[in-house]
Ligand binder design. Structure first.
Ligand SMILES: *Cc1c(COP(=O)(O)O)cnc(C)c1O
Length: 423
């Protein structure tokens, strides 16, 4: 079939038919929203029926420069002609260039590359085990309740949410969960077997939970005192999402290990485990690997993303837009106290806690051309492309205002009939 014919064939298929066929051919692990996305540009996406949406989900913080950004397209076009993949049996230049940029913009360490957030955390966990084994046979890693670290066996065992662990027993041993944002809980959990602490600087899936200003510093002190690795999961918070290149930079500390993924590739799959110089020796040749890790193609996109962020001062833009967006949402919060609990966020990672289940509002937003997501059941989460404009924020707030008003005025306040989709 020629390219044009296959496009025509796709266009003839209906949304209903595609959803039906998914049931037959794709494992139903997701609670999907019933639209078929076919095109994106900037902060907009279009579905198969031609409806336009303002996208404040951005592929769950992945499309950091929005959809179809020219610098990403250009990098992919240029690199795909040269070399797409060779495996890590050989050296490639884009991988080195990307590692340099991550090192230079963070704490000067080295990177191990994989393809996702879970894999980045998996490498961090493996490194912590080797570090612990080499220093007195320690193996236990402290993680937090309501955390999210991924869906592989080790990372779901690290995750502090039962709903993600249900049915997968036996879990990987060696994780101890304590309350987030509670330093004494960590202190009490430390024993002779502890080798590391793994924590998100701001919890994403758990409901956009921001810790006290001194929490990460406190963790750093505890880790130093007990010779533990401080491992920050920046899979969601990293790459300018929170207004600085990495969220830890807000807190005046440096981790031993930091994991990255979502926003790093501008839409392409990549994960990175960034480790200090000393700790890098814990993963010698043969100890870990990934066939796809950091292919030239994917790295070319990530390099383009980082260069654009630095050259265009996207961190400054994110800070400004984040403050503006939060202020506008706080106005809504004052206006609809019966529906909204409060607004919290850093940069363009923003949560609006509700007094009702959020699924109804998410569905109404969808029907009105606005994509948002709900996490932890009752927190509307906004993770727009980092290039979002003031006008686009105004448009989103206007839609939200209308919808929340209708919820406030109707008997819908206690409706728990919808279940939130989970990423
Ligand atoms: C999304 C996420 C992960 C998992 O990333 P995947 O690419 O889905 O494996 C891990 N940690 C955090 C903080 C995340 O937000």
């Amino acid at each position: 079939m020629k390219a044009k014919d296959s496009r025509d064939a796709i266009n003839r298929v209906s949304t209903m038919q595609i959803i039906e066929d998914y049931k037959r051919y794709v494992v139903s692990t997701y609670n999907r929203i019933p639209v078929v996305m076919v095109k994106g540009q900037g902060c907009r996406v279009w579905d198969l029926d031609g409806r336009e949406y303002l996208d404040l989900v951005a592929g769950v913080a992945v499309n950091s420069l929005g959809h179809a950004h020219p610098c990403v397209i250009d990098a992919l076009n240029r690199q795909s002609i040269e070399l797409i993949h060779t495996s890590n049996l050989y050296y490639t230049i884009p991988q080195l260039e990307l590692a340099k940029r991550i090192s230079d913009t963070s704490f000067g360490g080295k990177a191990f590359f994989a393809n996702s957030g879970a894999e980045a955390n998996e490498a961090a966990i493996k490194l912590a085990r080797r570090f612990g084994n080499a220093s007195g046979g320690r193996y236990e890693i402290i993680t937090m309740t309501n955390s999210f670290h991924g869906r592989t066996m080790a990372t779901l065992s690290a995750t502090g949410q039962e709903k993600i662990q249900n049915g997968f027993d036996p879990l990987v041993p060696g994780f101890r969960h304590v309350e987030f944002n509670n330093l004494s809980a960590v202190e009490e959990a430390i024993n002779e077997n502890t080798c590391a602490v793994l924590v998100e600087p701001i919890q994403g899936e758990g409901g956009v939970n921001i810790p006290a200003d001194d929490y990460l510093q406190g963790l750093r002190r505890l880790c130093d005192k007990h010779r533990l690795l401080l491992m920050l999961d920046e899979v969601q918070t990293g790459i300018a999402r929170c207004g600085l290149m990495f969220a830890y930079q807000h807190y005046n500390i440096v981790p031993d290990i930091m994991t990255l993924a979502k926003g790093l590739g501008g839409g392409l799959p990549i994960g990175a485990t960034v480790v200090t110089f000393e700790m890098a020796d814990m993963l010698p040749p043969g100890s870990h690997a990934s066939t796809f890790g950091a292919t030239p193609l994917v790295c070319s996109a990530a390099i383009a993303v980082i260069d654009y962020i630095l050259e265009q001062n996207i961190c400054g833009h994110v800070k400004q837009m984040g403050e503006y967006f939060i202020t506008r949402l706080q106005e809504l919060s004052k206006k609809y106290p019966a529906v909204i609990q409060g607004v919290r966020g850093k940069g363009l990672m923003i949560g609006m806690a509700l007094k009702i289940n959020g699924a109804g509002i998410v569905n109404e937003c969808l029907a009105n051309g606005l994509l948002i997501n709900c996490t932890a059941g009752d927190v509307l989460r906004f993770l727009p492309p980092l290039i979002i404009t003031r006008e686009e924020i105004d448009m989103a707030v206007e839609i939200l205002d209308r919808i929340i008003e209708s919820f406030a005025n109707s008997g819908l306040l206690n409706s728990d009939s919808h279940v939130c989709g989970n990423t």
